[in-house]
Design a protein around this ligand. Structure first.
Ligand SMILES: [Zn+2]
Length: 399
């Protein structure tokens, strides 16, 4: 079990809050091959026979919900507060007591539904999931990053749909209900919703939509709180065995809350573009089968996340990429994604800050060393180079 999971559970027990499910523990068939900005956590199901092959089950990690718990009870977490904690804290401070008391028992819906509605139902052509804030920036960067890696023939990116997730899906009881039913089916809900009857799910959807509709006043509205959409993720159904999940298009989803947060910390320009580079790297990993490795659990996640950072830094700094300076790229990567881990020990899911920094630096230096400077490495060659230096990146800091 990861330390992140254990520290989350400790807080949950204390507050009697309910966490998102971190792993989908059942069935060989069920793998949500998702990854997000550090926020998708490949979780290894605990095997009863250690020698048995271990399937990696991935669910979308919802960082805002974890940080919500952390902000509510900072003593229970080991990591230092960062910009995202301050941001989440400020949002919580802006709620009335009635709102806070509403949020706590309805967390799974508020933090989960916008994310999973976009996953299950979102399409690029649907106005409900259309890009709003930063639309031109995201569209342009999406086009550019696809072009940047287009020399790598193995990377098929034409079928990826770029879309947003918005909090206003929470106002629609039908969408909330449909999303919750699927979340329940895929074991993404915590008690009591995990075993709720269809009628109870309907009642929960109605309760949330009704409360949020009634509290639209004075220029701020709880349904639109950035916390519900403080995420960005990449999805590919390619490796799914479940027919429904398999049928979902490849997608890249950016939440309004994530864009808001980037603005709030002064990274509105570089942040979303670098994060696009990181998310696109996960698509490269899907396409090239790079999630397969000899590593398991947290170490496997750490490898793919550090590799995505390296890809993003390479794209971010490369003259034919974003051509940003390395510092700007690193800031953007760390601001959001380093906070994913509440424990920075060597088993941490996403690597320690120093490991993250080394991965990003390595990618940046590789870009700067391009000769001629228009040369772009093949995506698989990049991954092989990365794997060859991974031991140095994750070496203890004292070494
Ligand atoms: Zn990631």
């Amino acid at each position: 079990m990861s330390r992140r999971l254990s520290c989350l559970l400790a807080t949950i027990a204390l507050l009697a809050l309910t966490p998102v499910r971190w792993s989908v523990a059942t069935g060989a068939g069920l793998i949500l091959a998702l990854t997000s900005l550090g926020t998708i956590s490949p979780v290894t199901a605990a095997p009863s026979d250690p020698a048995a092959p271990v399937a990696q089950d991935r669910v979308i990690d919802v960082p805002a919900q974890r940080i919500f718990s952390k902000v509510i009870d900072p003593d229970d977490f080991e990591c230092e507060p960062t910009a995202i904690d301050d941001y989440v804290g400020a949002q919580i401070d802006s709620w009335t007591l009635a709102e806070l008391l509403f949020v706590i028992p309805h967390q799974d819906v508020l933090f989960g539904v916008p994310t999973y509605a976009a996953l299950f139902f979102g399409t690029a052509g649907d106005p409900a999931y259309a890009l709003g804030s930063h639309a031109a920036q995201l569209r342009n960067t999406f086009r550019d990053v696809k072009k940047f890696w287009s020399g790598s023939e193995e990377v098929q990116s034409d079928d990826i749909q770029l879309m947003a997730m918005h909090g206003d899906v929470l106002l629609d009881a039908d969408v909330v209900e449909a999303t919750l039913l699927l979340m329940q089916e895929y074991e993404l809900l915590s008690p009591p919703l995990d075993t709720a009857s269809p009628a109870q799910i309907r009642a929960e959807a109605m309760a949330v939509a009704t409360f949020l509709q009634q509290n639209v006043a004075g220029g701020r509205a709880l349904y639109d709180d950035p916390l519900w959409t403080l995420n960005a993720y990449a999805f590919s159904g390619e490796d799914e065995t479940d027919p429904f999940l398999q049928s979902l298009p490849d997608k890249m989803v950016f939440g309004d809350g994530f864009l808001d947060f980037m603005e709030a910390i002064g990274l509105g320009d570089a942040g979303p573009r670098v994060v696009m580079g990181h998310e696109f790297a996960h698509h490269i990993q899907f396409e090239l089968g790079l999630f397969e490795s000899d590593l398991e659990g947290p170490e496997a996640t750490r490898r793919t996340e550090l590799m995505a950072d390296a890809y993003a830094a390479y794209y971010g700094v490369h003259k034919r990429g974003l051509a940003l300076n390395a510092k700007r790229v690193a800031d953007a990567l760390f601001a959001f994604y380093v906070v994913g881990d509440c424990s920075f020990d060597s088993d941490g899911h996403h690597g320690t800050p120093n490991q993250r920094e080394r991965a990003a630096e390595w990618g940046a230096e590789l870009a700067m060393a391009s000769h001629p400077n228009s040369a772009i490495l093949d995506a698989r060659e990049f991954a092989e180079l990365f794997d060859s230096i991974l031991p140095m990146i994750v070496a203890p800091d004292a070494a």
